[in-house]
Design a binder for this molecule. Structure first.
Ligand SMILES: [Zn+2]
Length: 247
């Protein structure tokens, strides 16, 4: 069962995550929430499983409501939108899947597994999308054949590569969370991909800085230690802060 991150944990994640790539930040967040899991357990989760866990952790920590801003591609106006985490969760399956999947299209039979964080980390630095996709497929395809004869990954036709990419999305739906947005000013409709890692990270950074500000005020006024202030419930901390700032 997922629980909320404590103030101390949020500060820890923020501190460690500062200099990290988003893929590693995601692992830092999950490692705090699942201390019993090894790093290997976590990096081998499919991206959809990783994001399902992050979404649940976000829900426990900051609530079910998500608010964000987007820029309308038609009129460049700012569009504010609010979502509920339960609307975004397509699957409650958070058990790691290392299972080999199978797809048969146009006589091609492909055995593959779903991309995980290790796969994505090998793509870091590739700016060429086609090249990156080729690399991802070569990592995730376990075996490919046509009419029973083995085929090299690089020899697969474009249509098969595309079909496989679509199959991967379909079988790991949480990996790509697509949002439908509508601009109230001009009526334009469009879709954006929601990235839970960067969204949650931004919230964690804001919260961490606010928390440090609160520690600063309370330590200055009362002379309490950082650890004691962080160990208080948010409610109790807020109460003291109000007295300090009201006075
Ligand atoms: Zn617009």
């Amino acid at each position: 069962m997922m629980r909320a991150l404590t103030g101390r944990e949020i500060l820890h994640i923020w501190e460690v995550g500062q200099g990290q790539h988003p893929l590693d930040r995601a692992m830092t967040m999950l490692h705090v929430a699942f201390p019993e899991a090894t790093r290997d357990d976590l990096v081998l989760l499919t991206i959809g499983q990783r994001d399902t866990r992050l979404l649940a952790l976000r829900e426990q920590t900051f609530g079910t409501r998500l608010s964000s801003l987007a820029i309308c591609p038609a009129c460049q106006g700012q569009v504010e939108f609010t979502l509920n985490t339960s609307d975004m969760r397509t699957s409650m399956d958070i058990e790691p899947s290392v299972e080999v999947q199978q797809m048969t299209v146009d006589g091609y039979e492909v055995h593959f597994r779903l991309p995980n964080s290790v796969d994505l980390s090998t793509l870091v630095g590739y700016s060429d999308v086609a090249q990156a996709r080729q690399l991802l497929l070569s990592r995730c395809i376990v075996q490919a054949s046509k009419d029973g004869i083995a085929v090299n990954v690089e020899d697969l036709p474009e249509t098969i590569a595309e079909a496989l990419a679509a199959q991967m999305d379909e079988r790991d739906p949480q990996a790509e969370m697509e949002l439908d947005l509508k601009c109230a000013a001009c009526g334009h409709h469009w879709q954006v991909l929601f990235d839970i890692v960067s969204f949650f990270w931004t919230e964690i950074a804001i919260y961490a800085k606010r928390l440090l500000g609160e520690v600063h005020i309370l330590a200055q006024v009362y002379g309490w230690r950082e650890l004691d202030i962080l160990s208080m419930s948010a409610l109790r901390r807020q109460f003291y802060l109000e007295m300090v700032t009201d006075g």
